[in-house]
Design a protein around this ligand. Structure first.
Ligand SMILES: [Zn+2]
Length: 293
């Protein structure tokens, strides 16, 4: 058998002289992971961004053409921590051909109330609002790409190192910026509860106007409690997202005298200044610190 196989293998190799042109197809369901995969993968990957910048990942559902991309992919990247409720659709579309990597599942977890008023707890999916977590996610993606394409391991290592250096600089900047705020002013009131990982890392306390997801409307009781708390603690500003009902914001600012400190990009990359991860973090942190000072 061996003698028979050798010439055909040789023939095959001489007919296909361009292995360098093969790229890993990646289907990404997180704007943050799209950036990481592009930075680390460089020329060795093609990344299909299926959750696009500015799209609310809590409400996204894959379209048939998104699922077609999944069927062509060797690697599927998701945020994990139960953010995606359509994983079975992805697995079905891929037919077991792709590796499904739930990156957030490999990072430390915080929990949060599943729903306002309920006692059930769920994993908090918003790991990307801590720069340290994004650094860890970069290492996870680097290791996975190296496993799928060992020949290009050195390139993935080099690319990851450069991106990690940028994230290190960013994290140092965040810490310097936050240090402008005295500890007793680090009180963050945001639209939905997306800043636990941020608060833990940079020493803030948090209250959310909505719950875990952008899909729930706050109850009157919850808003009343929040107004009470803002008054008592002398919180100077609250922060919104484009998805929040403006009536609620108006009620809170009218009742407490707190101002609207700005609009934050909390669920992933957006457009303009938040079109890169660094831009998103700089925008959020500057907005928060400058309004609470
Ligand atoms: Zn969110």
């Amino acid at each position: 058998m061996k003698k028979l196989l050798l010439p055909s293998a040789w023939l095959l190799a001489s007919l296909c002289p361009a292995p360098a042109a093969t790229r890993i197809n990646i289907a990404s369901f997180s704007t943050i992971l799209t950036e990481i995969a592009e930075k680390v993968g460089g020329d060795h990957v093609t990344v299909f961004a299926l959750v696009k910048p500015g799209v609310d990942p809590h409400e996204y559902e894959p379209t048939p053409s998104d699922l077609k991309r999944v069927s062509d992919a060797q690697l599927i990247l998701t945020s994990g921590k139960h953010l995606e409720n359509y994983l079975n659709k992805l697995q079905e579309a891929s037919g077991g051909k792709a590796e499904l990597l739930k990156v957030g599942d490999l990072l430390p977890s915080l929990t949060m109330k599943a729903e306002e008023g309920s006692s059930g707890m769920t994993l908090d999916p918003h790991w990307w609002n801590s720069v340290t977590n994004v650094e860890q996610a970069t290492r996870v993606v680097r290791d996975e790409l190296s496993r799928l394409d060992p020949a290009d391991k050195a390139d993935f290592a080099k690319n990851a190192e450069a991106y990690l250096a940028q994230l290190d600089d960013l994290n140092r900047w965040v810490k310097r910026k936050v240090a402008e705020l005295p500890r007793d002013k680090r009180k963050l009131v945001t639209s939905h509860d997306a800043f636990q990982y941020f608060a833990r890392e940079y020493g803030f306390s948090i209250s959310a106007i909505e719950g875990v997801s952008t899909e729930t409307e706050p109850s009157n009781r919850h808003v009343a409690e929040l107004i009470d708390r803002i008054r008592k603690e002398g919180v100077k500003a609250i922060f919104t997202e484009s998805t929040l009902n403006p009536k609620v914001t108006k009620e809170i600012t009218r009742e407490t005298g707190a101002k609207v400190g700005g609009v934050l990009d909390v669920d992933g990359l957006g457009t303009v200044e938040a079109s890169t991860y660094e831009g998103m973090v700089r925008h959020n942190v500057s907005t928060i610190v400058d309004a609470l000072k």
